[in-house]
Design a protein around this ligand. Structure first.
Ligand code: AMP
Ligand code: MG
Length: 488
């Protein structure tokens, strides 16, 4: 069956809507007063096969606001559950609707979701809306993560709604169009296990396999292989976060995808001074989601996925538990091998030696002790300007540099290969908290140029171009630590 692609390029399929009814509620977005595009991601639109010209107009604003439903879309709110800070709760899209799955010209499938689109049956006490600040923040950071080469949902547009929403004060309302490989979460499986029948759980698992891991369809125990694949992808993702110093901030099980993409940019931020205990989120008082704890939480969340899948893993529950535990126990090693490989690359090392881990650990320990900036320390090493780090001049750093140089000497290949590897592994720029705040403040006053400049600098973080250098600068010392808030 061939289907016409609409003039504007929308080419929807709605496979999620064909799942059992327990998994969603059909729901249109609630129209807003006067939608206006705040920011629009042209290159993403092109890759999705959309008509940029058309979408930049009033027509686009109406679509991204949910005032106009494009042809072929079938809006729905997804049901899911999740552990929030360790406590199990029924959740669901309380302020989002999936309008459909866009099939791109190359045949890929992406969820198109409007976030901030009004109340749904899962809204609980919430208003279903979002404020401009957190939506633009999600836009900036998700695009930065994408450009760093880390799997993530992306942002197609942010529109302002012309309506005010009540928070601590009245704020301009906004809607973010989020693009994702899918919005299947660990929490979707928890929901199925708790409130669906075993048949429904099985349908969900088959759906996820077909959509994300078709290669396991023929496996002997496909659900176990599926669990293994999710564990692999999350181990890789977590290692990538750690390597760039990204702190997600709210790794609840509803915020962990089955596809292995980063999702839900609420209180996230990049670490500046290296300290595994770093927490930015104002609500994470106990440091559950601290930088250094992210891998542990990753495997904790995966254990919740495994629990949900137990009935599918083996008919005997004890056997099922043994199988799941066996897979979960691989996580630590998988994470570490991804992380070690990445750390070696950050130091220009492309062969393997037993002692590499201690060389890396020594550097990190020094960074922690002297409160060195994580990104800029690696950047200084990449640029061969160790004098630019605050570690410079200490005996331990001098000795470490000698050991590192000796280590580099024990590999085949030119110095240039090492330098190139470092340049490709150590971002010259990250979305620094003060720069993000500055861009949001300007946008709040109607000036989007600051944000556009920042996005441009972040679009190729490994360029080491002269234009982006100013974005590498640290903020002036602040008496108060940086704090982030959940994007409500
Ligand atoms: P999050 O912290 O973004 O992962 O959201 C957790 C849950 O709260 C999800 O079920 C959201 O849909 C819901 N939620 C967050 N903000 C709102 C809001 N303003 N109105 C309704 N539901 C919300
Ligand atoms: Mg969430």
């Amino acid at each position: 069956m061939t289907k016409e692609v609409s003039e504007t390029g929308w080419n929807f399929d709605n496979s999620y809507a064909r799942l059992p009814k327990v998994f969603f509620t059909s729901q249109n977005p609630t129209p807003v007063q006067s939608p206006k595009i705040a920011i629009f991601n042209k290159s993403l639109a092109i890759s999705l096969g959309l008509d940029v010209q058309n979408l930049q107009s009033e027509e686009g604003a109406a679509v991204f606001a949910g005032n106009k439903i494009p042809e072929g879309a079938s809006p729905l709110a997804q049901a899911y559950a999740g552990h929030q800070f360790g406590h199990f709760t029924m959740l669901g899209d309380g302020r989002a609707v999936l309008i459909g799955e866009q099939i791109t010209p190359t045949g890929e499938r992406f969820d198109i979701q409007l976030k901030g689109s009004g109340r749904t049956p899962y809204s609980r006490g919430g208003d279903g809306r979002a404020a401009i600040g957190p939506m633009l923040r999600e836009y900036i950071i998700s695009e930065a993560i994408y450009c760093l080469g880390i799997p993530t949902t992306r942002s197609l547009a942010v529109v302002t709604t012309g309506e005010e929403i009540a928070r601590e004060s009245y704020l301009p309302g906004a809607i973010l169009t989020r693009v994702a490989a899918s919005h299947l979460r660990v929490g979707t499986f928890q929901y199925a296990a708790r409130w669906g029948s075993e048949g429904e759980l099985l349908e969900l698992a088959d759906y996820a396999i077909k959509r994300h891991y078709p290669k396991v369809e023929g496996a002997e125990n496909r659900y176990l292989s599926f669990l293994q694949e999710v564990i692999n992808c999350q181990a890789m993702l977590l290692a990538k976060w750690q390597l760039v110093g990204f702190i997600h901030g709210v790794m609840n099980t509803d915020n962990m995808t089955i596809s292995g993409e980063t999702i839900d940019y609420g209180p996230c931020a990049f670490m500046d001074t290296y300290d595994p205990a770093t927490v930015f989120s104002s609500i994470d008082r106990e440091g559950r989601y601290a930088y250094g704890n992210q891998p542990n939480i990753g495997v904790w969340n995966l254990a919740r996925l495994a629990e949900a899948l137990l009935p599918l893993l083996h008919e005997n529950q004890e056997e099922a538990v043994t199988l799941a535990q066996d897979k979960l126990s691989d996580f630590a090693q998988l994470f570490e091998s991804n992380w070690l490989e990445g750390m070696r690359a950050k130091l220009g090392i492309f062969n393997v030696e037993e002692n590499d881990k201690s060389l890396i650990k020594d550097l990190l320990d020094m960074m922690q002790k002297h409160r060195a900036d994580y990104t800029n320390t690696f950047r200084a090493l990449t640029l061969n300007k160790p004098e630019e780090t605050i570690l410079h001049g200490t005996t331990e750093f001098t000795q470490w540099l000698e050991q590192w140089q000796a280590r580099l000497g024990r590999q085949q290949g030119s110095k240039d290969t090492s330098i190139q590897l470092m340049r490709n592994s150590n971002p010259a720029v990250i979305p620094r908290n003060h720069r993000v705040e500055e861009a949001l403040e300007a946008a709040n006053n109607g000036d989007y140029s600051v944000m556009e400049g920042l996005l441009e600098a972040l679009s190729n973080p490994y360029a080491y171009s002269s234009e982006q250098m100013e974005y590498a600068a640290l903020p002036a010392a602040s008496p108060r630590p940086y704090r982030t808030f959940c994007g409500t």
